[in-house]
Design a binder for this molecule. Structure first.
Ligand SMILES: *Cc1c(COP(=O)(O)O)cnc(C)c1O
Ligand SMILES: [Zn+2]
Length: 371
């Protein structure tokens, strides 16, 4: 059952719907089962926990083996810190968790074609899973998007629609298309968020229930943080964990609507002026699920940090020196961790969300390497 976060109206998940009639975003009513017995003999992917996503019965698992990414421990400035290597995913980013579940929903609903707007990792991920599912995928992107960013999406077989004008014009165009074609939106669709719950379940299993004190994630729309919170909440309701780790979202100073909202005590994203940032993957100026994200941060006892371009560059260089080849967006989480007082850094896990191989030329430029 879907429930509107604003007005509480409920809808069947068998409806082709991505938001409430009132315009509010949807969540799934929280009564998932999570018990060891169900998955003890299953393979290691996000589908190990399939009951928790609340998909309709008989939904297939459209899967490329996503999830169960490694955890690696390093020592940085004298403190041990663990990294969850979520860039090691089939399409090169954590978004495969959400795309795998959302495309599985589309498949069971008999959807043959969908639209989505993303010039980055979400578009590539949706294109990959639509290819597996045999669903036609049309990705809307602003005309100014460099072709290089769209190669992976095109090669998976998605159709790319370039829209002249601003990001807002692309948004308007996809909403228009969405009146007749299903909107498989990573920003709006609650099943995309459901897929992200898997990260919490994995941490709990991989660490044998010894959860970290803090979890650091780059924060864009906040869908990842919201999903991780929902995962831990499910574990808590199942009596498997007592407290939820502090969820700490890190935004780029140049695009920080959730950071501003958090400190102003708002429950929607704050209107902010945005500037370009190295962390392109989290440059979301109007995150539609902001109120759920802010609630997740508050309920976990976490916080939101904002980091400068310089500190992102420095953190990215540090990641490279430790052998992690991620996109600059991922470095915000480490930059946030380095910004915390030393005594707060203990027992943290930093999520590395996107692969660097997608952006080698940009990375070379950032670090002054001539190619
Ligand atoms: C999308 C993305 C994020 C941010 O995820 P949200 O769910 O939008 O907060 C972080 N890192 C990378 C690499 C991404 O692609
Ligand atoms: Zn509503």
């Amino acid at each position: 059952m879907y429930s509107c976060y604003s007005c509480g109206k409920t809808y069947s998940i068998l409806e082709l719907r991505w938001r409430c009639d009132c315009g509010g975003f949807l969540t799934l009513l929280e009564e998932t089962t999570f018990s060891r017995e169900t998955f003890a003999n299953r393979g290691y992917s996000i589908w190990r926990y399939r009951e928790s996503y609340q998909l309709p019965p008989h939904a297939p698992s459209i899967s490329l083996g996503e999830g169960w990414t490694p955890i690696v421990t390093e020592r940085i400035e004298g403190t041990e810190v663990r990294f969850k290597l979520d860039y090691l995913m089939p399409s090169g980013s954590f978004k495969d968790r959400g795309a795998s579940v959302l495309v599985s929903l589309c498949k069971v609903l008999g959807i043959e074609e969908l639209v989505e707007d993303s010039s980055g990792n979400a578009g590539a991920s949706m294109a990959a899973y639509c290819a597996v599912a045999g669903i036609k995928c049309r990705i809307f992107a602003p005309a100014y998007t460099p072709e290089g960013k769209l190669i992976q999406t095109r090669l998976y077989g998605a159709e790319v629609v370039k829209v002249p004008g601003t990001r807002q014009d692309t948004n308007d165009a996809v909403l228009k298309a969405a009146t007749t074609i299903y909107y498989g939106s990573h920003l709006w669709n609650p099943f995309f968020v459901q897929g992200h719950m898997s990260a919490a379940f994995e941490l709990w299993e991989q660490l044998r229930g010894e959860l970290p004190h803090s979890i650091m994630v780059p924060l864009g729309s906040g869908g990842y943080l919201e999903g991780i919170y929902r995962g831990f909440r499910t574990l808590q309701l199942s009596g498997l964990v007592r407290t939820i780790p502090r969820l700490i979202g890190v935004q780029a100073h140049n695009c920080r609507p959730l950071y501003e909202a958090y400190f102003l005590g708002l429950d929607v994203g704050a209107p902010v002026e945005t500037k370009p940032t190295l962390a392109e993957g989290i440059a979301v100026s109007r995150p539609p699920r902001a109120s759920a994200v802010l609630e997740a941060v508050r309920r976990s006892g976490g916080t939101i940090l904002s980091v400068s371009e310089d500190s992102i560059r420095t953190a990215h260089a540090l990641l490279l020196r430790h052998g992690f080849y991620t996109e600059p967006t991922s470095a915000t989480a480490l930059a946030g961790w380095l910004q915390m007082p030393v005594e707060e850094r203990e027992n943290s896990i930093i999520f590395l969300t996107g692969h660097g191989l997608k952006e080698s030329e940009k990375i070379a430029q950032i670090h002054g390497l001539k190619v």
